[in-house]
Design a protein around this ligand. Structure first.
Ligand code: GLN
Length: 233
């Protein structure tokens, strides 16, 4: 089974977009750290295997998984129907919303203010589902541009390459705190989401084992402890 394979190999290879703080990202010392990394490391410890982290392009995640370059995608990945068809997905372990980020200096305060303007999103991200679900907003835009990751999207915002970025709230909050005074998050949100872990289609025994430890860690307080490290309280 998929679980036997991982145990025989002695390691679980986790694929991530390493520009996705605080879920998984490179710190100043080039170490990959984050909430999902701590969760996965603890799950691997309980499984008796080593955790190996493998940065990937978010847009290529399905391919990285199917070609066996990685064993799972664990990186603030949102549940959607398309992913449920192409992968085996875990139970949800955290909630998120899609939010819109603009520069503090911008006169944009509502989604309606973005009519005729340029919005950027990450390639392969569910930000695109959130925009599709809000048709009036989508149709009001001048252009929807796609970039590789959110770091690039926020840089583009600073050099006026776009007027707003739609992205995961957890990441938006990380950057608004890190670069205080630079960005603001609009009050209106675009979608509520659940974070899940993705495995190769059919890797059910591996998925069930990870779920078992996720539940165990929720019950024994480990999840709350890791959550406090990255999100406070
Ligand atoms: N939550 C978004 C998605 O699932 C972005 C995740 C990410 O870039 N790591 O597509």
């Amino acid at each position: 089974t998929s679980l036997d394979d991982i145990k025989a190999k002695g390691k679980l290879v986790l694929g991530l977009d390493d520009a996705f703080p605080p879920m998984g990202f490179k710190d100043e010392n080039q170490n990959i750290v984050g909430f999902d990394i701590d969760l996965a490391r603890e799950v691997c410890k309980r499984m008796g295997v080593e955790l190996v982290v493998q940065p990937i392009s978010w847009d290529a995640k399905e391919l990285e998984l199917s070609t066996k370059n990685i064993d799972c995608i664990w990186n603030g990945m949102t549940y959607n129907e398309e992913r449920a068809k192409s992968m085996t997905l875990s139970i949800p372990y955290m909630k998120n919303t899609q939010v819109t980020v603009v520069l503090t200096s911008s006169d944009v305060n509502t989604l309606a203010d973005l009519a005729g303007k340029v919005v950027a999103i990450q390639n392969g991200s569910t930000a695109s589902d959130a925009i599709d679900a809000n048709a009036d907003f989508k149709n009001s835009l001048k252009e929807l541009v796609k970039v590789d990751d959110n770091v690039q999207a926020l840089l583009d915002l600073k050099v006026s390459g776009s007027d707003a970025v739609v992205m995961d709230e957890v990441v938006a909050r990380y950057y608004t705190e890190k670069e205080a005074g630079t960005y603001k998050i609009l009050d209106e949100t675009l979608a509520d989401e659940d974070y899940i872990v993705g495995f190769r289609k059919g890797d059910k025994s591996l998925c069930a084992e990870v779920e078992k430890y996720l539940k165990e860690m929720a019950a024994d307080g480990t999840l709350a402890k890791i959550s406090e490290t990255w999100f406070g309280k």
